[in-house]
Design a protein around this ligand. Structure first.
Ligand SMILES: NC(=O)c1ccc[n+]([C@@H]2O[C@H](COP(=O)([O-])OP(=O)(O)OC[C@H]3O[C@@H](n4cnc5c(N)ncnc54)[C@H](O)[C@@H]3O)[C@@H](O)[C@H]2O)c1
Length: 373
């Protein structure tokens, strides 16, 4: 089974995909993902966009005026690298492009599958691939990422900074409902059913926001009385400890924007590091905005290793596999995942996970494996 999403678009003709490599290692790993998509023979038409720091530094445009409308109207999916460049200290382009895409296109569900491909990749003792197969479902449009707040008396000893944590009933309800739907309609990689939704918050300290999450979690759980889905709650600090102490019982985790950001990087550490982690940004359900999803590796632009041909391309390649599955090309997605798995087992990888290949060479190895399948 492919690192899947519950919400599969209809299977029809060629799918149009926008490709935005972005900054830093995004510009190295995305070409590898594209090579692998082409090797899989997927029925797609790829169109590249130059959004990122280079474009911003040349013409001050982060997103062209009709940018998000074009993406939503003309493309079934978007494949993204990463944004962030030391030359743009404000990070304004990254905020406007990446957070803009998530919020303006209302891609409210960030789905981050966590799967261990080989025991050698996990820093924990005695953990086998079958022990780590869970998913983090992160609310993607609210929380502290709305940039609400302000600074008062800046530069004085009395300076005050506030950052608002926004949680709407609509936002909390739809992400928790999606987590239950995901649990009900996705299996684990060994074919067994998913069976538990764990909601994580910090409601002991953040009582107002946490209270809303707690109430909604109970209400949505009551909508699934016969589904055999178990429910569980953990505070985020306790969950972080549990993820390291024993990740075997984890299944579907749903949480807010910031906690999801943090625990999915921790989860990436369990599967071999940021270079191995894939994600999808989705808008489940039928809306007037259409159903195009955005897929990207979990990692950032890693400026210190950019341009050296050493970044691991597998997170980007696995994100592409996830995208194809979402577009109804499960077979192509599976072929790609199987090839990455083989590369990991044979150590045909970059150095961060024990191999000796460069970014391009690791991508090429996977592409050749895919085309020979
Ligand atoms: N989705 C995104 O576009 C995104 C996500 C996170 C960070 N960022 C941005 O990226 C820039 C760097 O941020 P950061 O250093 O906190 O996070 P990062 O993910 O770029 O890097 C964190 C660490 O992981 C390593 N790493 C990341 N991806 C790797 C890969 N594919 N192969 C091997 N090693 C890899 C890096 O070398 C670094 O040591 C910042 O500008 C940040 O804002 C962007």
């Amino acid at each position: 089974m492919v690192l899947g999403c519950a919400n599969v678009a209809n299977v029809s003709a060629t799918k149009r995909i926008a490709v935005i490599a972005g900054d830093g290692i995004g510009k190295e790993v995305i070409p590898q993902a594209v090579k692998v998509i082409e090797a899989a023979g997927a029925a797609v038409e790829l169109t590249s966009f130059d959004w990122g720091a280079d474009r911003y530094l040349s013409d001050r445009v982060t997103v062209p005026p009709d940018g998000f409308a074009t993406l939503g109207r003309d493309f079934e999916a978007i494949l993204v690298g990463a944004f962030g460049d030391p030359r743009v200290s404000s990070n304004i382009h990254a905020k406007e492009i990446l957070l803009g895409m998530r919020s303006k296109m209302d891609l409210y569900a960030n789905v981050r599958p966590v799967r261990l491909m080989d025991a050698s990749l996990c820093p924990l003792k005695g953990i086998e691939p079958r022990d780590i197969d869970f998913v983090v479902i992160r609310e993607n449009t609210e929380g502290v990422y709305g940039d609400l707040g302000g600074v008062f008396k800046q530069g004085t000893p009395d300076e005050v900074a506030t950052q608002e944590d926004v949680n709407t009933r609509k936002g909390v309800e739809r992400i928790i409902r999606y987590a239950f739907e995901y649990c009900a309609s996705n299996k684990k990689l060994d074919g067994s059913p998913r069976r538990r939704v764990l909601m994580c918050d910090k409601s002991n300290a953040m009582t107002h926001a946490g209270g809303l999450w707690q109430r909604v979690f109970k209400e949505i759980a009551a909508e699934y009385p016969n589904s055999k889905i178990e429910t569980q709650h953990m505070y985020v600090d306790a969950l972080a400890m549990q993820m390291v102490r024993d990740p075997r019982e984890l299944d579907v985790i749903v949480t807010n924007n910031m906690f999801g950001d943090i625990i999915s990087d921790l989860a990436a550490g369990l599967q071999g590091g940021l270079g191995m982690a894939a994600s999808g940004n989705l808008r489940p359900g039928k809306t007037s905005l259409g159903q195009s999803g955005m897929f990207e590796p979990v990692h950032g632009s890693a400026p210190t290793i950019a341009g050296k041909n050493i970044a691991n391309p597998f997170g980007a390649i696995l994100s592409a596999a996830m995208m194809l599955a979402h577009l109804g090309m499960a077979g192509e997605g599976q072929k790609i995942e199987a090839a990455v798995l083989e590369a990991v087992r044979q150590k045909k990888t970059t150095a961060d996970i024990g191999g000796t290949l460069g970014t391009r060479e690791a991508g090429e190895w996977v592409a050749q494996k895919v085309s020979s399948r």
